[in-house]
Design a protein around this ligand. Structure first.
Ligand SMILES: [Zn+2]
Length: 288
């Protein structure tokens, strides 16, 4: 299946260089070699994304990210502020807003955004390399567009406490499979939070998808496709299987779905090329 993947150079605009601010550029470059997925500039949606960021985040925090002061707020996500940090942070939300528009206003069922640094951000501060919570921005945009119920399927290694803290559980259900307790949260309504290990990772994904299947209809699934379980020892073969399971689950339901890259880090024997190959597993699984 051919689908759109949203990315532009603003995604990597910040001077501060590390995986969350750089890997999407490497991945986009790898996609320009051809293949099924098409890289699309989400720039036209920047103002729409900014307006939603202003609604879901506290004004003092947004101002701090834009201006750089006070630094305890501007740098609360964990990296040094520079004037391009707001450009970068807004762009990651913009990619998701463009992807939501793509699947909710056309016949396209799947779209991706090469966004990362999302689910730990709170209304009033950043956390865990996440500046603005693009999942919350995307869910809010979907509800604005008439969606009644959104599922956040969060398979990043860490828990999505930021997302849960900023959304209403009756409208935004969260099913989360984590391998680290960082940012754990308390499930409400149809939510679930699973802690998985290396040995039961795929079994836990199966359980989570079965639960999601029985949780009713969703107008949109936001899939936070973190590859950082690899940093906890989950194999790339298991992560490849996970991505095929999610893509097949969504196809079987004829489910509209938008994915974000989310976490995934170099180190411990994982080089940038390996990290890009891991995130390509997500891109490629939805092309199948
Ligand atoms: Zn993570």
């Amino acid at each position: 299946m051919k689908y759109n993947i949203f990315y532009n150079a603003d995604f990597v605009a910040s001077d501060y260089a590390f995986d969350t601010t750089r890997k999407s550029g490497e991945l986009a470059a790898s996609l320009r070699d051809g293949g099924e997925a098409k890289v699309v500039d989400p720039g036209l949606f920047t103002e729409r994304a900014k307006a939603i960021i202003d609604r879901v985040h506290d004004p003092e925090y947004v101002k701090a990210v834009i201006t750089g002061t006070p630094s305890h707020l501007a740098e609360s996500q964990g990296f040094a502020w520079d004037p391009k940090v707001p450009t970068m942070a807004i762009a990651h939300s913009t990619g998701l807003v463009a992807a939501v528009a793509d699947v909710l206003t056309s016949t396209n069922r799947v779209a991706g955004s090469l966004s990362s640094g999302l689910h730990h951000a709170r209304a009033g501060r950043g956390s865990g390399f996440c500046t603005f919570n693009g999942l919350v921005v995307a869910a809010t945009d979907a509800l604005d567009r008439g969606a009644e119920r959104v599922l956040v399927l969060d398979f990043d290694a860490h828990c999505g406490g930021g997302t849960r803290s900023m959304t209403a559980p009756d409208k935004v259900v969260q099913i989360d499979v984590a391998t680290s307790a960082f940012d754990s949260w308390t499930p409400a309504s149809a939510d679930a939070l699973f802690m998985a290990g290396v040995d039961n990772y795929i079994d836990t994904i199966i359980e989570a998808l079965e639960l999601a299947d029985g949780a009713g209809n969703f107008d949109l699934v936001l899939y936070n496709a973190g590859m950082d379980p690899a940093n906890s020892g989950v194999s790339s073969a298991d992560l490849e299987l996970r991505e095929h399971m999610v893509a097949e689950w969504a196809a079987k339901r004829d489910q509209r779905l938008v994915y974000a890259l989310a976490g995934g880090y170099t180190g411990g024997g994982i080089e940038m090329d390996d990290l890009v190959a891991l995130h390509r597993l997500t891109v490629d699984a939805f092309c199948a």
